[in-house]
Write a protein that binds this ligand. Structure first.
Ligand code: PHE
Length: 437
């Protein structure tokens, strides 16, 4: 249970509640949802099993795991290194956005107290110094948890946070769908228009699936290395995938109808070319409007709790992002946990501070490290496991916690996905999304 919670804590984060609805909005709704789910289950889930198994087999960080299984060959360690780089760059911008979730807790409080000037001042995501302060606070919190040892803190926080997040999402959805205008949003979100599917959209959906499931950069190799031999890996991975996709789905159910509800009240939600407006800050514009409209104490309770939970969800993700390079520095270079966490966390924060003053960088980071970097990492993991380490060896590792795995349906299907379907799909999407084919 602890592992599932920690892995789900890593998976469920800003990717689900900020990234997914924003992507759905800018990619025309249900068609994106459909492709996204396909990517999560057909590509993400097999890769997740691969990562966890490599981690548990070796008990090492991503670079170490590739070193051990790849017989010390540099080309293989480089795959782990690529994951490390992606993780560090993702952590850098993630920390800035996570800082916004904290500043919005204050925004809700100031708004409730009638201090609207303060509310808009503190929630101005274009304000460099404010971004820098909150990013620093957030990185500080992440480092301190990594220092204090992972398991207790994360497990306790996640156990309490996930159900609460779920409840508050469901209640808010219940409120929103009854408002005028929301029905149109539901339609846009749930009825796919497949003419909207372009190579670009598929690439975004795939990148989003990798990001949301924390795949392609070794976070789950690292977490897998802490997993007991008694655990059933495919089952654990299935829970994590389902939980993550479900929370993303709910977040879409909240945000898309809310946008249309806003439209019914005269707020413009389309750009000049008729696409839904979507900016990096979408979730930080639409939802606060909803909370303000609820008004009074109700607005404060919903808004404050929502952004607080979002901060916790982000924190359980930044922990897993920082844990990857930290465990690498400890295992491979003999650093103490304390210095590894402080130096690496501090170094990443330096990049976050640059991003704080130029948030337009976020889009570029997302494109390079999420949309391309993570699927590329996943592609290499599949090839390595499928053709070098071999799926039979991986299945043998799974057998410990899943005695009947060899004769299971899973053992017949998973290798095909790892060796053929997932890598081909990733390669095709990367090449066509980049306009190469
Ligand atoms: N999965 C996290 C989210 O959705 C982000 C993340 C990506 C965490 C990669 C770890 C590794 O917010």
């Amino acid at each position: 249970m602890g592992f599932i919670l920690a892995a789900a804590g890593s998976a469920v984060g800003l990717g689900n509640i900020w990234g997914f609805p924003t992507q759905v909005a800018s990619n025309g709704g249900a068609a994106f949802l459909f492709i996204y789910l396909l990517c999560a289950f057909a590509i993400g889930f097999p890769v997740m099993v691969a990562e966890i198994t490599m981690g548990r087999k070796t008990g090492r960080n991503p670079v170490g795991a590739f070193k051990v299984l790849g017989n010390n060959k540099l080309v293989y360690s480089a795959i782990g290194m690529w994951g490390l780089i992606c993780g560090v760059m993702i952590l850098a911008f993630y920390t800035v956005i996570a800082g916004w979730t904290v500043s919005y807790v204050f925004e809700e409080v100031f708004f409730y107290l009638g201090m609207t000037d303060w509310a808009s001042w503190i929630s101005n995501t274009g304000n460099g110094p404010i971004n820098a302060v909150f990013a620093t606070v957030f990185m500080g919190a992440t480092i301190s948890i990594i220092l204090g040892g992972v398991s207790d803190g994360i497990e306790r926080a996640t156990k309490f946070m996930m159900p609460l997040l779920l409840i508050i999402l469901v209640v808010m959805i219940g409120y929103v769908v009854l408002q005028p205008g929301a029905g149109v949003g539901l339609e846009v979100y749930l009825f796919p228009d497949f003419s909207k599917v372009t190579p670009d959209l598929v690439l975004s959906a795939m990148g989003q699936a990798f990001f949301s499931l924390s795949l392609g950069m070794g976070a789950l190799i690292t977490y897998g290395s802490y997993l007991s031999k008694k655990e059933n890996i495919p089952e654990a991975a299935a829970y994590v995938t389902l939980m993550d996709a479900f929370i993303a789905f709910l977040a879409g159910l909240l945000v898309i109808p809310t946008m249309y509800m806003a439209q019914a009240q005269g707020v413009p939600i389309f750009d000049d070319s008729g696409n839904l407006l979507a900016s990096a800050a979408l979730i930080f514009q639409v939802l606060p409007e909803l909370f303000h409209e609820m008004g009074g104490l109700l607005g404060l309770i919903f808004g404050g709790t929502f952004f607080f939970l979002l901060s916790i969800a982000a924190l359980t993700s930044t922990i897993s992002l920082l844990e990857v390079p930290v465990s690498y520095a400890i295992d491979e270079h003999g650093l103490k946990r304390k210095s590894a966490a402080t130096y690496i966390g501090g170094g990443v924060l330096a990049i976050s501070l640059i991003i704080s003053f130029d948030t337009s960088l976020i889009d570029h980071f997302v494109f390079i490290f999420n949309e391309i970097g993570l699927p590329l990492g996943g592609f290499l993991i599949c090839l390595f496991l499928g053709y070098y380490w071999k799926t039979d060896n991986a299945l043998a590792e799974m057998q410990e916690g899943y005695p009947t795995v060899m004769t299971s349906f899973f053992a017949r299907v998973w290798p095909v996905f790892v060796k053929v379907i997932a890598p081909l799909a990733i390669l095709y999407n990367l090449l066509s999304g980049l306009g190469i084919i």
